[in-house]
Design a protein around this ligand. Structure first.
Ligand SMILES: Nc1nc2c(c(=O)[nH]1)N[C@H]1C(S)=C(S)[C@@H](COP(=O)(O)OP(=O)(O)OC[C@H]3O[C@@H](n4cnc5c(=O)[nH]c(N)nc54)[C@H](O)[C@@H]3O)O[C@H]1N2
Ligand SMILES: Nc1nc2c(c(=O)[nH]1)N[C@H]1C(S)=C(S)[C@@H](COP(=O)(O)OP(=O)(O)OC[C@H]3O[C@@H](n4cnc5c(=O)[nH]c(N)nc54)[C@H](O)[C@@H]3O)O[C@H]1N2
Ligand code: SF4
Ligand SMILES: [Mo]
Length: 735
């Protein structure tokens, strides 16, 4: 008899519930869990492949060490950890803790293990050189929200299910399944919005699959959304804002003064969006009963990312749509205190050594990682821990980064695959697969368009140590305690402080709580139970009978619906005076830079933008054959007029050159892209020496990040500029 297991899909932010059929030690089928209270059976082509990833023969099961003579050797876990212990100590003895850097990739936010154990590891390493995928992604949103709402993780999400009007910029959730707005089944939710008479407007230089669902598609010149949004703000402020806005927010006057120069006429030339359209977009937004503005990758990974992120929420505030149903709302995750600890938000508490770039949220921009490795002098990075990331494909100017990674004294990759990055490591530590670990979503329940909680136990026992144990062991090594400790015991000890503070808050004996948590012999589960029971829906260890605990979640395999988002201004807004700050000085003082860009002559080079594709997940699902076979996906989209002018036919190789590098891709002429713009997907380029991905190597594609630069950043967030990159394109003569 096959067994059935239910889990949250960890492959993207939609967090769909999956139903797995298990026969012995095999996954024989995966489909959407129709009874899941949030996803209702929705699934995309990736979610059904978790079994293939689990069974993938290329997935590493044992650690590897690179031998001085060349080549890999499979070693025991003890040997791998002992090796790291020795080398780590040597690097720190020679260069101090600053000589060690950490790079945290995207899968960290999809794993309970990493959510619990990565921060302690970073702390134990004790280096200022912390890098993550956040600075090639959403860091601008954190900075804007930190300044406006008080905490960088206080990010409002579009209440898609109740809004009457959704203005979406630089996002394509029909293919990406959404980001910073967790919602399984975007296609269904957007269709429902239109069926109930609502309006969807999509701003994107490409007519994406999302744009095709929309009432209106506005084709914008890449990199100019901040100006478009500023002009909309200006127009609406001139028309007047609801009285309540003045009562709850500061800085309206400063905003008005700061956007004065962004007249729709001035912005029209820059953005390619006619002045009348800009006015109407603003008026439609303000005129809708319940409306929301939402921007994603195309508005964040650009030169004016923080200004875009700020302007999006200024519009939500001045149209009266912040923190109300159908507008931009604050989720209330079950594992976090309802009100976050209040500390004034600041950036630049330290700066990067080589380029003097400010720290943001404890991190430095990844765009300067190669500088820190390659530039000699005191504080030079000589060792790197890569945890669940593939910077050799995902970070800008990857050729230079690969050069940098190749010369390190110690590189440790915690990764299930020998891919473009881990092939350069000295030690590779493979974590168990997603099916071999319990899951509760620590990250995306905080970005979810409904309050929701779900726990999934491991489907299979792990072959090696859990990733939690790997990270805890590395933390012990980094703190100088050595590699021989029992990670479970260390983790239990770490939990003590939280248990003590929870007991104090509840007026209970520490021993009482400890006894209740002792039912979980797995420290991950004890931690999670503690968070849930002391969280906003928790049972308070008996104080609120019927409240949530890990036991109640474990008994609900289809998840627990905690209701639609509710207004929660008092809890969510943690600025010193409890009011939304519409005009944070740092952000306002960046507007002249935008005005200067607007005044500069429009360059006539082609602008490169990115795109995601339904069957990819960043850089790492290329080894799943059913996701990559068939029509070539890694193509250069180009408008037919541009293709004709350049003499490039469909399917012919086009060479793309930027200020940084060049790479060739087959051309895909399409009317769906704005003239003057070309688009490449990202996450491809697997045909590198040493990559052990047998399928991905047969469908390699090219790496767009050979073309992106580390020079230009969004200054407030340190985010890299991956969109609106000037390039030239020419036909590549076939040889
Ligand atoms: N040009 C361009 N570049 C981009 C983007 C873009 O739009 N355009 N997007 C950016 C964005 S938004 C992001 S998030 C980044 C992503 O950048 P990264 O995080 O660097 O890249 P991923 O492909 O997500 O890396 C996944 C890695 O983690 C491994 N992995 C998978 N599961 C696990 C696990 O459970 N544990 C561990 N330890 N490892 C695991 C995979 O094998 C793979 O090596 O890329 C950015 N780069
Ligand atoms: N299938 C799939 N799903 C994914 C991922 C994946 O790799 N594959 N990755 C996941 C991750 S880590 C993330 S962060 C999310 C990202 O989720 P999204 O942001 O929804 O994904 P993208 O496809 O990058 O969408 C960005 C859009 O911005 C447009 N764009 C580019 N430049 C500009 C500009 O200057 N202005 C405007 N208005 N638009 C512009 C592009 O044409 C593109 O359509 O997706 C997640 N989901
Ligand atoms: S949409 Fe995302 S979460 Fe849902 S099945 Fe696909 S990859 Fe998994
Ligand atoms: Mo991302």
């Amino acid at each position: 008899m096959p067994d059935t297991a239910y889990r949250t899909c960890p492959l993207c932010e939609a967090t769909c519930g999956l139903e797995l059929r298990i026969e012995g030690d095999r996954v024989t089928r995966i489909r959407g869990d129709r009874d899941n209270v949030f996803s209702g059976g929705f699934v995309c082509p990736k979610g059904t492949t978790l079994g293939r990833i689990h069974h993938d023969p290329d997935r590493l099961r044992r650690p590897r060490i690179r031998r001085p003579a060349g080549g890999w050797e499979e070693v025991s876990w003890e040997e791998a950890f002992a090796f790291i212990d020795r080398r780590f100590a040597e690097v720190v003895a020679a260069g101090g803790r600053q000589a060690v850097a950490v790079y945290l990739g995207n899968p960290n936010v999809h794993s309970l293990d990493n959510g619990l154990a990565v921060r302690p590891l970073v702390k134990a390493i004790g280096t200022p050189n912390v890098f993550s995928a956040s600075t090639v992604d959403q860091m601008p949103k954190h900075v804007a929200c930190g300044h406006m709402f008080g905490h960088p993780a206080t990010i409002p999400v579009p209440d898609v299910d109740r809004t009457d009007h959704l203005l979406m910029l630089g996002a394509n959730p029909v293919e990406s399944n959404g980001s910073l707005a967790t919602a399984p089944d975007w296609p269904g939710r957007l269709a429902a919005l239109r069926e109930r008479g609502g309006r969807l407007v999509v701003v994107d230089p490409r007519r994406t699959r999302t744009a095709r669902l929309a009432d209106e598609h506005v084709s914008i010149r890449p990199g100019t959304d901040a100006a478009l949004l500023a002009a909309m703000i200006r127009h609406l402020l001139a028309l007047g804002v609801p009285e309540a806005v003045r009562e709850t927010s500061d800085g309206l006057g400063e905003v008005e003064a700061a956007v004065a120069g962004f007249t729709p006429e001035a912005v029209a030339d820059f953005s390619g969006v006619p002045a009348a359209t800009i006015r109407r977009l603003a008026e439609d937004l303000a005129g809708a009963e319940r409306a929301v503005v939402y921007g994603r990758i195309g508005t964040h990974t650009v030169r004016f990312g923080t200004l875009c992120a700020w302007a999006v929420d200024v519009l939500n505030v001045i149209t009266g749509n912040l923190d109300r149903p159908g507008g931009a709302m604050f989720p209330r995750p079950a594992h976090l205190p309802a009100r976050r600890r209040v500390r004034p938000f600041e950036t630049g508490r330290w700066r990067s050594r080589v380029r003097d770039l400010p720290e943001v949220m404890g991190e430095l921009p990844v765009a300067t990682l190669a500088d820190e490795i390659l530039t000699e002098g005191e504080g030079q990075v000589r060792a790197l821990f890569v945890v669940g990331g593939n910077p050799a494909l995902t970070n800008p100017d990857s050729a230079r980064l690969v050069e940098a990674l190749s010369g390190l004294d110690l590189m440790v990759s915690i990764d299930p695959y020998l891919n473009e990055t881990s092939r350069l490591a000295d030690v590779v530590l493979p974590p168990p697969s997603a099916l071999e670990r319990p899951h509760y979503d620590l990250a995306f329940t905080g970005l979810s368009i409904r309050n929701y909680a779900m726990f999934s136990p491991a489907v299979f026992p792990a072959e090696g140590p859990s990733e939690f144990d790997i990270l805890v062991t590395l933390a012990a090594i980094a703190s100088g305690a050595g590699s021989g400790h029992d990670p479970a015991r260390l983790a239990r000890a770490d939990l003590e402080a939280s248990v003590a503070s929870a007991a104090a808050a509840l007026g209970r004996e520490v021993d009482d709580l400890r006894r209740e948590l002792d039912r979980w012999d797995d420290p991950r589960l004890a931690s999670l139970d503690l968070m849930l029971r002391t969280g906003p829906y928790g049972d308070g260890f008996g104080a609120r009978p019927g409240g949530l605990s890990l036991a109640t979640l474990a008994a609900a395999p289809h998840g627990v619906d905690l209701g639609p988002l509710e207004p929660r201004w008092e809890e969510a807004i943690t600025t010193p005076n409890g009011r939304v700050q519409l005009a944070p000085p740092a952000i306002i003082s960046d507007l002249p830079r935008l005005a200067a860009a607007m005044a500069a002559p429009v360059e006539d080079s082609l602008l490169l933008v990115g795109r995601r594709q339904l069957r990819t997940a960043n850089s790492w699902l290329g080894n799943v054959e059913i996701l990559v076979k068939g029509r070539q996906q890694c193509t250069l989209q180009i408008h037919p007029d541009d293709a004709r002018r350049l003499g490039i036919g469909a399917g012919e190789l086009a060479e793309v050159t930027s200020g940084v590098g060049r790479a060739a891709f087959p051309a895909e002429p399409t009317e769906d892209i704005r003239p003057g713009v070309v688009s490449l997907p990202y996450g491809w380029g697997h045909d590198l020496e040493g990559v052990e991905l047998s399928v991905a190597r047969r469908y390699p594609g090219g790496n767009v990040n050979l073309l992106t630069s580390t020079e230009l950043l969004d200054p407030l967030s340190g985010n890299a500029v991956l969109n609106a990159v000037p390039v030239s394109v020419r036909p590549l003569p076939s040889v």
